[in-house]
Design a protein around this ligand. Structure first.
Ligand code: NI
Ligand code: MN
Length: 225
């Protein structure tokens, strides 16, 4: 049974008995993060896109752990140019890794790393370990194909941005939950900056009233799924 730990913002550690994966590890300069990059033990790093609040400390963590970075092609090649071991993928493609399956999904957003290098299309991620599927939407606006993602995948946990301004806000994320039909939905990408300071309790009560099970994770809190 995999376990995910919320590292704040859009960052998660996902682990089972054999493998540890960190997603979008933005820790340095993140006002909400409690973990330091040196605290992270990871075999793989999955990046949804290049923005600083997702790319974060990935190169440092990759170097310290000899971890492989899994990312959309342009971003993966950028990481490789900085010395990281990478596995490039792209939207719509899935690959069976030793730990499970990763499929990249569309996300309507942008992608450039902090030095300004453009890094192609952003993505969301379907991560299946031990037959349990975690959907991390990345940064995105609401899109109707989420309905298709929900129809074609049994999603056990979905992490959806709710902070508005850069991504879906609360009401759009409620609609996304209806499209995706996850067993548990976790709000992410809020409070970190003033412009995304929304109340996750509002999201939780709205999805609950539609029959879904929200889980607001505190920073450092874990969930087995
Ligand atoms: Ni972004
Ligand atoms: Mn972001």
């Amino acid at each position: 049974m995999p376990k995910l730990t919320f590292l704040s913002h859009a960052a998660f550690l996902v682990e089972d008995e054999k493998t540890s994966i960190v997603i979008d590890p933005f820790l340095s300069g993140n006002p909400l993060a409690k973990a330091k990059p040196s605290d992270i033990k990871a075999d793989y790093i999955i990046l949804t896109h290049g923005h600083g609040d997702h790319f974060g400390d990935s190169l440092e963590i990759a170097r310290a752990n000899e971890a492989t970075i899994i990312a959309p092609n342009e971003l993966a090649l950028y990481c490789e140019s900085k010395g990281a071991k990478v596995h490039p993928m792209h939207i719509g493609g899935a690959f069976n890794f030793p730990f499970g399956r990763v499929k990249l999904t569309i996300a309507h957003h942008g992608s450039a790393v902090p030095d300004g290098t453009y890094t192609g299309e952003p993505s969301g991620v379907l991560l299946t370990m031990d037959d349990r599927t975690f959907y991390h939407a990345g940064d995105t606006g609401l899109f109707y194909d989420m309905k298709l993602i929900g129809e074609m995948n049994q999603i056990h946990v979905a992490a959806l941005p709710i902070g508005d301004n850069f991504t879906m806000g609360i009401d759009d994320a409620v609609k996304a939950t209806e499209f995706l039909q996850p067993e548990i939905v976790i709000p992410i990408h809020y409070k970190t900056f003033d412009v995304i300071d929304v109340d996750p309790e509002e999201f939780a009560s709205k999805v609950q009233s539609k029959g879904f099970k929200p889980k607001i994770l505190e920073v450092g809190e874990s969930l087995e799924y």
